[in-house]
Write a protein that binds this ligand. Structure first.
Ligand SMILES: NC(=O)c1ccc[n+]([C@@H]2O[C@H](COP(=O)([O-])OP(=O)(O)OC[C@H]3O[C@@H](n4cnc5c(N)ncnc54)[C@H](O)[C@@H]3O)[C@@H](O)[C@H]2O)c1
Length: 227
């Protein structure tokens, strides 16, 4: 299991100015909170009510001391012999990560990847609501994918003015990515999850997270080779 943000297939290009994350939390800690959050939900689904730092640490591959430090930075102290109440932790971490609010998200590029992302049911639970998708391929425009309507990319700017999304997922070919990202930013999008293998040149106020599975695979191969 990937236990640290350093192992995640993401890199940040800019500070997340509007994300609501408290400045006092370093980014690796925020990444770990996200992993705790996922595991806590899983435990809650299994009917578990409490978890201790050793158990939670084992689930995300960090030491109990790190778990205690991260959670105490939220003002949460576990009770000896009982651990942490899972419901309370979910609420507190959700508050810090902004999962208590609904984020409106649009997706651009309904190809193989965009299709899979639109069909993924895991976003909603974390407060991300996919409200629209855009593509320029006439055979895709007007379709519904995962319950989300695909609109003509030529109408994107007007549609964005109507929807006012906070975030966007970019799944277009690399050559198209910067132009599409610029339109998104001009339309008020503050954060972009970029799957295109290119560095977006955008104003610093815009938060960009790049996801590059190919380079993560390369890192994995390097690790295996050098074990
Ligand atoms: N990060 C990763 O791990 C990862 C994995 C797979 C693919 N990718 C990247 O994600 C992107 C999408 O990959 P894919 O396999 O889904 O490609 P794809 O060719 O199947 O889909 C791309 C889609 O974007 C649409 N498109 C092109 N230009 C557009 C524009 N200006 N506005 C709106 N839509 C536009 C196309 O019509 C198509 O439907 C590529 O950049 C690819 O390199 C990244």
């Amino acid at each position: 299991m990937s236990g640290s943000t350093e192992n995640n297939a993401t890199t940040d290009q800019a500070a997340s100015g509007s994300s609501g994350l408290p400045g006092r939390l370093p980014r690796p800690a925020v990444g770990r909170l996200s992993l705790y959050f996922r595991e806590l939900h899983r435990l809650a689904d299994q009917g578990v009510s409490h978890v201790n730092s050793k158990e939670l640490g084992a689930l995300v591959d960090v030491s109990p001391a790190v778990v205690r430090r991260d959670l105490s930075s939220l003002g949460t102290i576990g009770r000896r012999g009982v651990g942490y109440a899972i419901d309370t932790l979910i609420d507190q971490i959700g508050l810090v990560l902004g999962s208590d609010v609904q984020w409106q998200v649009v997706l651009v590029g309904v190809g193989s990847l965009g299709n899979a992302l639109l069909r993924y049911r895991g976003f909603e639970r974390l407060g991300f609501r996919l409200t629209a998708a855009f593509d320029l391929d006439p055979s895709k425009i007007g379709n519904q994918v995962g319950g989300v309507s695909v609109w003509d990319a030529a109408t994107m700017v007007g549609k964005l003015a109507e929807l006012s999304p906070d975030l966007a997922i970019l799944a277009v070919p690399a050559e198209q990515a910067t132009a599409v990202a610029s339109d998104l930013v001009a339309s008020g999008v503050n954060g972009i999850l970029n799957f295109a293998p290119t560095t977006l040149r955008l104003p610093r106020k815009v938060a960009v997270v790049n996801v590059d599975l190919a380079s993560e695979l390369q890192r994995l191969a390097f690790s295996v080779q050098n074990q």
